[in-house]
Design a protein around this ligand. Structure first.
Ligand SMILES: [Fe+2]
Length: 281
């Protein structure tokens, strides 16, 4: 079992801030609609929480959020699932960048020396510092989106590991990358990797579903980049509406037992996020 009990990427204030943007509401407008003092909403966005359960429920209604997950965040008790058996090993690589932490992932046969790499972190040095020592060969790289904290060292990684192919979302461009678009699958060794084109956080963004080629083998893995986090979603810097549409589409397109490996924060599952994620109302 994988245990990566790292903190959630977002707390209540972050989710509230994003939800206001998604809903296209100012704090003042939400306050009026929910019957909550606007100062309490502003305080919450600044991580000072004084909202009652009733106020949280009314805000969830106005902002069309999952009430259970939203209220659980307020109590710092957002539920995280046990991560069950996968048909391969996953190495989450956590790298600090600025004030945050970005995740990359290696997927490979347990005990083997080959791996697939999903995102590369801010630099080759940052990646090397957390690299799993048993993995000597990278058979392919897949990027969720081109942002410094996730793809900073791509060309260096390609050179260092002599990587044959590095895939990037087809609407984007990255030196050393080649495009992969909606529904395209690459079979590499024992793995099938299928791209979902999921613009929203950025204009070019992919999620990747990773399956073992052998039939009936364990849970799939969804590399979700900055679309879905445990208990939250990425910022909709390109388009809030598209981000929400793709978030739901992807969660409903893959098996419920799929393990989600996000670009920030801990692992979760599709079943858990369909049930509790504030942005899945
Ligand atoms: Fe990110």
């Amino acid at each position: 079992m994988l245990t990566t009990r790292i903190p959630l990427e977002d707390e209540l204030g972050d989710v509230l801030d994003k939800a206001l943007q998604h809903a296209g509401l100012t704090a003042d407008a939400a306050a009026v609609q929910a019957g909550v003092e606007v100062a309490k909403i502003r305080d919450a966005i600044d991580y000072r929480y004084d909202l009652t359960p009733g106020e949280l429920r009314r805000l969830a209604g106005v902002l069309r959020l999952n009430e259970i997950g939203f209220c659980a965040l307020a109590q710092e008790q957002y539920p995280l699932p046990e991560i069950g058996a996968l048909p391969f090993c996953v190495w989450p690589l956590h790298m600090t960048h600025g004030i945050g932490v970005a995740n990359a992932y290696v997927v490979g046969e347990c005990g083997g020396s080959h791996g697939l790499l999903f995102d590369v972190g801010p630099s080759l040095a940052a990646l090397t510092a957390v690299w799993p020592r048993s993995i000597k060969t990278v058979d392919a790289v897949f990027l969720t989106h081109v942002e410094a904290e996730h793809t900073g060292g791509l060309c260096d990684v390609v050179e260092r590991f002599n990587v044959e192919a590095a895939y990037v979302p087809s609407a984007g461009q990255a030196p050393c990358g080649r495009p992969l678009g909606e529904g395209e699958t690459r079979t590499i060794g024992d793995y099938e990797v299928t791209a979902f084109s999921t613009p929203g956080h950025s204009a070019a963004h992919n999620c990747y579903l990773v399956r073992a080629s052998a039939a009936g083998a364990g849970s799939p893995l969804l590399i979700s980049g900055d679309l879905i986090f445990a208990g939250s979603a990425g910022g909709g810097y390109f388009c809030q509406r598209q981000l929400r549409v793709h978030l739901r589409r992807v969660l409903e397109s893959v098996p419920a037992n799929t393990v989600i490996a996000p670009g920030h924060g801990p692992l979760t599952t599709v079943e858990n996020e369909l049930r509790y994620n504030p942005f899945v109302a």
